[in-house]
Structure formats: structure tokens, C-alpha cells
Design a protein. Structure first.
Lengths: 302, 489
């Protein structure tokens, strides 16, 4: 840096290098400087107003801004507005759901679609764990989208099932529990033939006799179709409660469903229980109706 | 440059014009001249107004913008003829109702307009900038107001320099009030395309505008005031991207207001020649600077085409008026291409590749628009196949699939939509009740389709879902979907 300033009048800063390379004093325009300062003031305001400082206080809370504003509060306030709006908008529909019977709800197309549309989250939370989304069913848990109902597919029966729950019940080794292994094997072949429409074939005569002897028809009906929806599976159709392969069918006949000895499930028995949702569901009065309509509309309601 | 045919010959000294170095075969920006930057830096441009052909043409073209102000008051079948209802997402243009589903037509409109811009610019320079652009037109009107209130340019400059006085304040005040009013009208008219215009006027006097309406009208009004009143040509020079894009679309065959360098130079003022003295040999340009004085962007056209020039032709009017007084032929500044000055013939319009391509795309877009307007279906169907479960085995041995069918009524009449399905022979279906859908609304119904398992030959079977408007059976839509079944071994 030179020590002499040969250009004293040009307004340079006196910083001169290499004889003539010098730094001039060209201040930025006033408006630019003002916005720069305004930016600084903004930073101070921002720091004070918003929760800026990333430290906790003695009780473990984060440092709040002067007004206590937080993003989550703003979100929750906004969400409350939406929720209130929704509640107000559909208040009359909710009222109708509460006051009408499920049959009447089903008859009113608009109300029915409202019930279906508002059921999805509820179904996902309370039903889908076993019945899968859309009522697709999981192995050992019934499909809800078909028209094969153990306990009846009318809307009232579905409502009762959801409200009170169901406990499956099938004795092991026939009604009296007296079938031999050979007889069980024969009747297994017979019921599989029933589902294929070949129950009257001579080849399955032995099984057919066991079907009568074991008093299977008491629940499953004389030709595999139950007389009334009492939880017994329809053996004449292609839908199986626990699985269609021979081993599974045989195991069910041998060990039954929910068979207990001294209050404990015997080994190999199927445990088929649907819990009651009367107490489990929030706002159960309305929500059971809502879910009943939803399940009825999945594809097989009667 | 050695080829004399491509070079404008001069026997006079340098004039600073780009035409001197012009190579008409080279189409680089530099050679066309749009990149030279002699812009007006002397404060506000106070352009003189001179009557003439282009001045009249400018007013005629500008008056098309009156339609913008009249538009909201037109009625059609009891509602506003042009109304963009944002809340219900319906755009009414006379008899046509456009729903968001048809917004693809907007892209065609934009394509058509951008190609029109490109084509017109290639042929005649910045025609949009010079005559039709709202920035140009509004600035023109604002400066016209200024002239009516403050007087001719010299008076205006004097007033600007004068110290503030009650008189000056009063004159300026009047001008700004008129400007703000014009800005308000602009903002108001814009908003009136989105809400009912008469209703908007009515609510103005009851102070019942919504926050959004007030915000947009005030913001647009102030923007109009700022851009057309204060910024004026600086917008074209400094802000507008199209100005630069259009500059790049000009080539040596584009007809632009151009100064005839050979005829005009060497320029010089006419002087009385004393007897015995030899008159200096001068070109036709008398260097009166009138072409600069009338220029709304303050450029000197004699430098050649440049990016500040919006090719409005006002300098042509000015120069012609002078030439008339001098009894010389008009057209010292005229619409001509650089190729013409280079001694070349202009190829016919349909022989210029750029024009062909631009116009081709333009008409393709237009054809699709017309096709779209006439074939816009009154019904829109979407069928969503249930994904969980994809299919269900029913107790009677059939397979069932489920669809949620959504039907949009795009027409102007209520619709009674019936949903049916066709496919393999044994197909049966069950759908909910017939949908009653109001115009512009969506109806949704669940469709169950059953096909016997033994009929299915593939895991996926094509079926057709048909939706018919029972009120008007010519309105229908077929939706192709796939029926999913178990894997067939």
C-alpha cells in the first residue's frame, strides 16, 4: 500500500496498491442501505416474536417467543376451524344417523353414501386389523366383501354382530365327539365334494353316512347349507371359513372351533371370536350403525 | 464483409449506425442491431404527439382494449356473459361452460397466442409491443391525460423543474387523481370478470367488498398507476421479458421502422448558402431530432433497430411530416427490412421457414381448439376399481368386482345418469340408484359386476362401463376397464 495519495480529490479511501490500484468510496444508494437496516430490525423483531432460541428452560419446555406463537398451535387452530366447519355442515346427517334405524339409513341413498364415506377411517382403526381393508379378509378371518355370511348378511344382523360380537362354536369329532379317525377322514372328503357340487357321488357315500352319524346337519343343514344363520359355515359353496385344503378341513373337524376342556382351549382347536364393539367404539350408538352400513355395502350385503 | 453486395456502401464518414457494419446474411443479434444499448437516461421521456397514419392506427388498435372494460357488463341468458367463477370452478364464456377438466384448452389458447406473437414479430417486428400491448396502450392513455392536464412536452419539462407551488401542486394533483381513477377502473374491471360486475358496483357503495376483492383491486389499481404512469417505457426496457424475446425473433427479413441511412446521411441542418459559397452536400436528414422527440421510449431510430425500440412507427409519422414540409419524398424512416437496404429482395411470406413453422403451429392449435369446442363431452366418467380386495368369490360360484363410478355433469342441464356394464356373456351387474347430477357437479355410484368363475379365461377380462344420461340419451360415455379374477391355471 502506498503511503502517498496522488489522487486526494477523487474520494478514494486512501487504500492504494501497485501505484495506481485504489479503492474508491462509493457508498450504496440510500434506499439500499435503508432496506439493509430494515432487515436488521426485522431480525431483532423476528427473534423476539417467534420461538427462535433453540434452548429449553428449567422445566424442559422450549423457549417461547413473546407472543407464545408456535407452528403446532397455529396448525391446531386451523384444524379446529376445519373440524367445526365439518361438524356444523354435517350436523343434520349425524343427527339422522343417530335417530334412524340402520334399515332406514340404508334406504336413503344420500345418507348411505355419507355413512360409507365417513366409515373408512373408523373401519381402518377397528376392523381392518382382522378383516383387512375393504373387507378382503385374512386367512382365518372372514371376508366381508362376499355374500357368504356366518351370522347373517342383513343390515340388522350385521349391526348385531358388530355390537355384541360373536363366538364361533363347533364341537370336535362330531356333535357327540365320537367319530373315529377313519370317519373324520371320510367326512372330510365328503364336505370337500359338497363344495364342488359332487356330494351325491357314490364315491362319498361313506362320508355322507358319517355326516349323518356325526349330526353335522344339525348346524350345517342336510345338504351342507345351514337352515339359519347361526355361525355355521355353508359347506355347499366354494367359500371356506378356515381354508380349502384337505388338511385344514380335516383339522377343523377333528379339533372343532373354540372347544374347551376345563376352561382351556384344547390343542389344535380354532379360536374364532369377534369381540363386542359396544364398549370399544367411541360414540358407539352412531358408529356401529355407520360401520354396519359400510360393511353391508362392501359387496355382499343382503 | 468483403462481398460488396452484402454491405451497405458509404462514401461518408462514420455515423455511429450499426448499418455501416451490417451483414445481411448474418442473423446474429449483433448484426441485426437489437443489442446496442443507446437508451434514454435523461429522466422522464416527454414524447411529443404528432398526428399521422401510425398515430391513428395506434388509437384504432388500442381501442380494442375498450372491450376489456365493456366485457363484464354483457349479459347472456340472465347471467354475466364472461364470468370465471372460482368458487364453483366454472368458467362461463357466453354459451360455453368450461370446467377444470377442460383446462387443456387454455394451453392451446396460450400456444396459439404465443405463436401469433412469434409470427407477427418475424414479419412486422414488435407489432404487439408497438400497438397492442397493455403497457403501451395504458402508457399512451396516461401520457395523453398528462398532456391534456399539464400541456405540451416543453411545458411539462418546465413544470417539472419549477419549485413546488400551489399551482404546480394543483396541476399534478389533478393528473394523479385521473391516473389513480384509471388504475382503479382497470383493477375493478379485472375483478369484475370473477364476480358479478353489477353486484360488485353495488357492494362498492355499501363498503361490502371482501378482503380479497379489495386487495386485488387496490393492488392492481396501484400497479397500473405505477407501471403506466411512473415507470412507463422503463417497464419495456428494464422489466418485460417479452421485449427481449421479441428482439431475438427479429431477423434481417423482418420489416421494421428503419432509418434510410444512405438517403439520410450525411445529416445536417439546412443553411442558407451565401452567394459564391458551395452548398455542402448533405443527405435528406436535416437532423431536426423530431423522430427522437416523438419516441415514447426515447430512442434514436437513426442508430438502427435497438432493444429500446417498440416499433410503434411514431417516428415515421414525425419524419414524414418534416419531409412533407421540405417537399422531399416521404419514407426517410419507413417500414423496411435490413435485407431490402442490403439490396436483396424479400422472399414471399410463405417461403420463409420461420413464418411457415409459426403459422403451422398456430393453425394446429386453432384446429384443436375448434375441435375441442365442438366435441367437448357433456359428461365425464371415471371408474375406480376397488383395490382391496381386487375380486371376491361369491357363494354362487361367481367372481365379483367393485367399481366406484364418478360422473361429472359438464352440461348446463340436470342429468339423470344410469350406469351399466357390458362384457362377457354371463356378466351381471348391480349398481345403485340412478344418479341425479346438477350441472357442474359430480355424482358417484358403486357398481358391482359378477362373472361366473368358469366363464373367466384370464385373470383380467376387459369390460365396458357405460354411463347414459336418461334425460338426453345422446349424451353417454363408455369407460373401458378390466375385470380381475383369480389366476386361471
Amino acid at each position: 500500500m502506498a503511503h502517498k495519495n496522488p489522487w486526494p480529490d477523487e474520494g478514494n479511501t486512501g487504500h492504494i496498491w501497485d501505484e495506481d490500484l485504489r479503492e474508491l468510496d462509493n457508498p450504496p444508494p440510500l434506499w439500499w442501505m435503508l432496506s439493509f437496516y430494515a432487515g436488521f430490525i426485522m431480525i431483532i423483531f423476528y427473534t423476539l416474536y417467534y420461538p427462535t432460541i433453540p434452548l429449553t428452560n428449567a422445566s424442559g419446555e422450549f423457549t417461547k417467543g413473546m407472543t407464545g406463537w408456535t407452528q403446532i398451535n397455529e396448525y391446531q387452530d386451523d384444524f379446529k376451524v376445519l373440524k367445526d366447519w365439518r361438524t356444523a355442515k354435517f350436523a343434520d346427517k349425524e343427527e339422522q344417523l343417530a335417530s334412524l334405524s340402520v334399515e332406514d339409513i340404508l334406504k336413503d341413498e344420500e345418507l348411505r353414501s355419507y355413512a360409507v364415506a365417513t366409515s373408512k377411517a373408523l373401519y381402518g382403526d377397528y376392523c381392518a386389523a382382522c378383516h383387512a381393508s375393504g373387507g378382503a379378509g385374512i386367512t382365518n378371518f372372514p371376508v366381508l366383501a362376499d355374500d357368504d355370511w356366518l351370522w347373517g348378511g342383513s343390515i340388522a344382523q350385521i349391526e348385531a354382530t358388530i355390537a355384541n360380537g360373536r363366538i364361533g362354536n363347533m364341537p370336535a369329532k362330531g356333535m357327540m365327539g365320537n367319530l373315529s379317525d377313519q370317519e373324520i377322514s371320510d367326512v372330510t372328503d365328503y364336505v370337500i365334494a359338497l363344495s364342488e357340487g359332487k356330494g351325491d357321488d357314490v364315491a362319498y357315500a361313506a362320508g355322507k353316512a358319517v355326516y349323518t352319524k356325526g349330526m353335522c346337519m344339525a348346524c350345517h343343514g342336510p345338504a351342507g347349507t345351514p337352515m339359519a344363520p347361526t355361525g355355521a359355515a355353508n359347506l355347499a359353496d366354494g367359500i371356506w371359513r378356515f381354508g380349502s385344503d384337505r388338511d385344514t378341513v380335516l383339522s377343523v373337524i377333528k379339533n372343532g372351533v373354540n372347544v374347551k376342556k376345563n376352561g382351556v382351549h384344547i390343542e389344535g382347536t380354532r379360536q374364532a371370536v369377534m369381540p363386542s364393539f359396544k364398549e370399544r367404539l367411541p360414540n358407539a350408538d352412531v358408529n356401529i350403525k355407520r360401520l354396519a352400513v359400510y360393511v353391508h355395502s362392501l359387496g355382499g350385503g343382503q | 464483409m468483403s462481398d460488396s453486395k452484402n454491405k451497405v456502401a458509404h462514401d461518408f464518414g462514420p455515423t455511429g449506425s450499426v448499418l455501416e457494419q451490417m451483414d445481411t446474411h448474418n442473423k446474429n443479434l449483433e448484426n441485426i442491431g437489437v443489442e446496442i444499448l443507446p437508451i434514454h437516461t435523461g429522466g422522464t421521456v416527454h414524447a411529443k404527439r404528432i398526428p399521422g397514419f401510425f398515430r391513428t392506427l395506434k388509437w384504432i388498435v388500442a381501442s380494442a382494449w375498450l372491450l376489456f372494460f365493456i366485457g363484464p357488463y354483457l349479459r347472456w341468458n340472465g347471467h354475466q356473459a364472461i364470468l370465471f367463477e372460482l368458487e364453483s370452478r366454472q368458467f362461463h364464456i357466453f354459451n360455453l361452460t368450461i370446467l377444470p377438466q377442460d383446462i387443456w384448452m387454455l394451453t392451446l389458447v396460450l400456444l396459439f397466442c404465443s405463436m401469433l406473437l412469434a409470427a407477427s414479430t418475424t414479419v412486422g417486428g414488435r407489432l404487439w409491443c408497438g400497438y397492442a400491448c397493455f403497457q403501451t396502450v395504458w402508457t399512451d392513455v396516461f401520457t395523453w391525460v398528462e398532456e391534456k392536464i399539464e400541456g405540451q412536452p416543453n411545458k411539462r419539462i418546465k413544470l417539472e423543474k419549477a419549485p413546488m407551488s400551489i399551482n404546480k401542486f394543483w396541476i399534478k394533483f389533478k393528473k394523479h387523481v385521473v391516473w389513480l381513477f384509471l388504475g382503479f377502473l382497470t383493477g375493478f374491471t379485472f375483478v369484475a370478470y370473477f364476480v358479478d360486475a353489477f353486484d360488485l358496483w353495488g357492494r362498492l357503495f355499501h363498503f361490502e367488498w371482501t378482503l380479497v376483492e379489495t386487495g386485488i383491486i387496490v393492488a392492481l389499481g396501484l400497479a397500473t398507476y405505477f407501471f403506466a404512469g411512473i415507470l412507463r417505457e422503463q417497464t419495456c426496457i428494464g422489466f418485460c421479458p417479452y421485449a427481449r424475446i421479441q428482439g431475438a425473433m427479429i431477423d434481417t427479413q423482418t420489416e421494421l421502422p428503419t432509418y434510410d441511412l444512405e438517403r439520410g446521411e450525411p445529416r445536417g441542418r439546412l443553411k442558407r448558402v451565401k452567394p459564391g459559397e458551395k452548398a455542402p452536400e448533405l443527405g435528406d436528414c436535416i437532423d431536426c431530432n423530431l423522430c427522437v422527440a416523438v419516441c415514447p421510449t426515447g430512442v434514436d431510430i437513426r442508430y438502427g433497430q435497438q432493444f429500446g425500440c417498440i416499433t410503434c412507427g411514431l417516428c415515421i409519422d414525425a419524419c414524414n411530416s418534416v419531409m412533407e414540409k421540405l417537399k422531399k419524398p416521404k419514407g426517410l424512416i419507413r417500414y423496411a427490412s435490413l435485407a431490402e437496404f442490403g439490396g436483396e429482395e424479400l422472399p414471399a411470406l410463405w417461403k420463409r421457414p420461420r413464418v411457415i413453422v409459426y403459422v403451422g403451429i398456430m393453425f394446429a392449435a386453432l384446429a384443436m381448439l375448434v375441435w375441442g369446442a365442438f366435441n367437448m363431452a357433456a359428461i365425464d366418467v371415471k371408474a375406480l376399481h376397488e383395490r382391496s380386495p381386487l375380486y371376491v368369490q361369491m357363494s354362487n360360484g361367481t367372481i365379483q368386482n367393485k367399481w366406484t363410478v364418478k360422473v361429472v355433469n359438464k352440461g348446463n342441464e340436470p342429468m339423470k345418469a344410469e350406469v351399466t356394464a357390458t362384457g362377457p356373456q354371463d356378466l351381471t351387474f348391480k349398481s345403485g340408484s340412478i344418479l341425479n347430477i346438477q350441472p357442474g357437479n359430480v355424482g358417484s355410484v358403486t357398481l358391482y359386476v359378477q362373472i361366473p368363475k368358469k366363464t373367466l379365461t384370464d385373470a383380467s377380462t376387459p369390460i365396458v362401463i357405460k354411463v347414459v344420461d336418461l334425460n338426453n340419451p345422446v349424451v353417454f360415455e363408455e369407460y373401458e376397464s378390466n375385470f380381475i379374477g383369480p389366476k386361471v391355471p
